[in-house]
Design a protein around this ligand. Structure first.
Ligand code: COA
Length: 323
């Protein structure tokens, strides 16, 4: 009998504080019109000083567990994607495990920048389909605001904070159909966050602590790469574009999202868009968007969902699933 990973529950958390484009225009030379036209972003949520990747992850995770009617103690595995961990070590997954009051199940982080959630989902799916785990919590959580240079108008407009989670359960019913992950480290200098604690770039000044990006180069590669991964995913599953009910993309830029929807010949009503309200929450963006569309009733059981992401590395990937 086939063994699938089925999404049993979803959860999400956004910090209370909202920063609008007009707020940013008070600090850097930009405007609401410019930001909306180039990115589709109107506002983003920013974590309070006491909030961290693990504290936000806990709220999203508890919601997902509740939706799945599952006790945290039943989990076999916790996989958490983040590029803004509370500590370099131990993993933020271990901190989340403690917050959930669980002991002994394996818990580890995955770092694949904005594609982290897809990479984490892919690993979770391999564990479940191989029979090595039956109940897995997968989380994407980010406090990007702590890595942003708030005086750099080309990056500070893009990012936001938040956390999203799904609980996967082994099932004989169709769930995740396939995942596809790729990386190309040759592009590492186009989008990166230095680590001041390492000996490579550790001068300790402000510049060595914030996100560096060549935006227009990232944009071009992202659009082409996402087009290719959509083809790869459909081909492997023998599906047509018309078989996809929903696209849940990583939320980096509305123009990148629109290009992928066009490639899929999918009307924008079938694309879950949160970038306008949340900005780019990196590895949290897909589970946050998925949770929103499940909770408001857009995505229904039995529908076919394509998730895709692209980010620093470059690292990119997709997941096709029956919800
Ligand atoms: N407000 C006003 N002007 C801005 C600005 C801002 N916030 N940010 C940059 N500009 C200016 C630039 O300085 C440049 O001015 P110049 O022509 O005088 O040098 C001009 O706008 C064009 O800059 P460019 O970087 O070519 O703009 P763009 O159309 O590529 O838009 C991004 C910039 C960042 C919005 C866009 O490249 C992007 O979204 N890229 C993808 C980034 C991304 O998604 N990263 C995460 C991947 S997971």
């Amino acid at each position: 009998m086939s063994r699938y990973s089925r999404i049993a529950g979803t959860g999400g958390y956004l910090p209370k504080q909202v920063v609008t484009n007009d707020d940013l225009a008070k600090r850097v030379e930009t405007s609401d019109d410019w930001i909306i036209e180039r990115t589709g972003i109107r506002r983003r949520h920013i974590a309070a000083p006491e909030e961290t990747a693990s504290s936000m992850a806990e709220i999203a995770a508890r919601q997902a567990l509740e939706a799945a009617a599952m006790d945290p103690g039943a989990l076999d595995l916790i996989i958490l994607a983040t590029s803004s961990p509370d500590r370099v070590f131990p993993s933020t997954a271990c901190l989340l495990q403690q917050r959930l009051g669980v002991r002994s199940c394996a818990a580890f982080d995955v770092q694949a920048a904005c594609s982290g959630f897809i990479f984490a989902l892919s690993i979770a799916d391999q564990y479940i389909s191989a029979g090595n785990a039956s109940r897995v919590l997968v989380v994407g959580t980010e406090v990007n605001s702590r890595s942003v240079d708030w005086d750099d108008r080309s990056t500070c407009i893009l990012f936001g904070d938040g956390a999203g989670a799904v609980v996967l359960e082994a099932s004989s019913e169709l769930g995740i159909m396939s995942t596809h992950i790729h990386s190309d480290g040759h592009y590492q200098d186009l989008l990166y966050l230095p680590n001041p604690a390492s000996n490579g770039e550790g001068s300790g000044n402000d510049e060595s602590r914030t996100i560096r990006m060549q935006g227009s180069e990232v944009f071009k590669v992202a659009v082409n790469t996402l087009g290719r991964i959509v083809d790869e995913t459909l081909e492997q599953n023998g599906l047509q574009k018309s078989d996809v009910d929903w696209l849940v993309p990583h939320q980096a830029n509305i123009r990148i999202i629109t290009a992928t929807a066009k490639k899929l010949q999918l009307p924008m009503e079938r694309v879950v868009v949160t970038v306008d309200e949340q900005g780019n929450t990196s590895s949290a963006s897909i589970p946050l968007a998925f949770d929103e569309a499940v909770r408001d009733g857009r995505i229904k059981r039995g529908q076919t969902v394509l998730m895709e992401a692209f980010g620093g590395g470059f690292a990119w990937g997709s997941a096709l699933l029956r919800y």
